[in-house]
Design a protein around this ligand. Sequence first.
Ligand code: FMN
Length: 394
Amino acid sequence: MLTDRKILLVVTGGIAAYKAIDLASRLKKLGAKVRTILTKSALEFVGEINFRAITGEPTYTDQFDLAEPIAHITLADWADIMVIAPATANIIGKMANGIGDDLATSTILAFHKPILVIPAMNVNMYNNKAVQDNIERLQIRGINLMIPEKGMLACGYEGRGKYPPNEEIIPAILTYLQYEQTISSKYLITFGASQEDLDPMRFITNHSSGKMGIALARAAYLRGGDVDVIHSRISETLPYYLEQISKTLSAEEMFSQVKEDFTKANVIIMCAAVADYTPKIKEEQKIKKKEELSLELKRTQDILHYLGENKREGQILVGFAAESENLVENAEAKLKKKNLDLIIANNISVSQSERSLAYLITRDKVEEFQGTKFDLAHKIIDIIEAIKKDVNKY
Ligand SMILES: Cc1cc2nc3c(=O)[nH]c(=O)nc-3n(C[C@H](O)[C@H](O)[C@H](O)COP(=O)(O)O)c2cc1C
């Protein structure tokens, strides 16, 4: 995934500096070459030895080290991406003002490739107007920043300022190695397996994990999209930065939530595995054991069909087709029948793993795809953004 990609990790003097050791380890396991710069303050929290031992690459601390006299230039030239994790309020302020008074900041000034900043600090420091102004200045310059997580901070305060999970930093690195934050659309993405109750204890569901929808939400958000999600049962934790999420469990609940939200979106991706049938009667009491039991089912509302009929001009509608046979033919028919702009035909035999084998089908093209769900998510977004550009041309 990150094989031979060169990552320059800059660790600054925050309480979360120890989490950068785990980040370095994860990046190395993914095949990346990781070199680390530690600020003078960072060395108060962690040691160079941690990073050297884990990455197998040199570490750098001193701008005037005679062994490496112009490290700020050689390191800037060497790396494909720079990740500042954790980033103190101090380094963010220096970056915003173009200060280069140590090795980390001089290297940042000499760096002309993607930069990812992971701010982490006390909530009052983070909300400080000076810090917020500095963050805004960096964003305007095209520097990628991840919003800190909300939660209990090491200082005892509760609020936004927490270093995010490294699991969420890695997809961001993968994204910014290839893409800029250029999406301005509002995305509505549904995912997960619906749950149709039989009685207070039992329900009918399906094997959908929600992984594809989460990958899509992640990719769209990291590329700058405004993302709303509606989800039912999922087997993975949602990224911390997705807020105001609607949780709906049954097909009927999802239908009413989608009806409420879809007009606000420019792009609607229906990735949820919604039941086609639901029990005719939901028993109030637990169904008693019998020799035989028959269930009577009725059709649920076809959400995709409703959206195809009700979408406004320019609104892009994307659907999924999980099939076990005649993948492309069935998906092409569904694309036309449901008035979709793009359909992703998935082979269900590989759909529950991290990898995907899929066909991306638009009105005029069929493309085969093999790779991770996250790469597929980016590919889907590329196609959506190209369709949007085409639509806006007229
Ligand atoms: C115990 C302790 C914890 C600190 N934690 C943070 C922190 O989480 N975030 C932050 O922005 N500053 C934090 N600071 C303040 C920075 O260490 C200080 O601003 C320093 O000058 C940062 O230098 P640097 O940006 O060059 O690494 C902390 C200071 C101390 C003493």
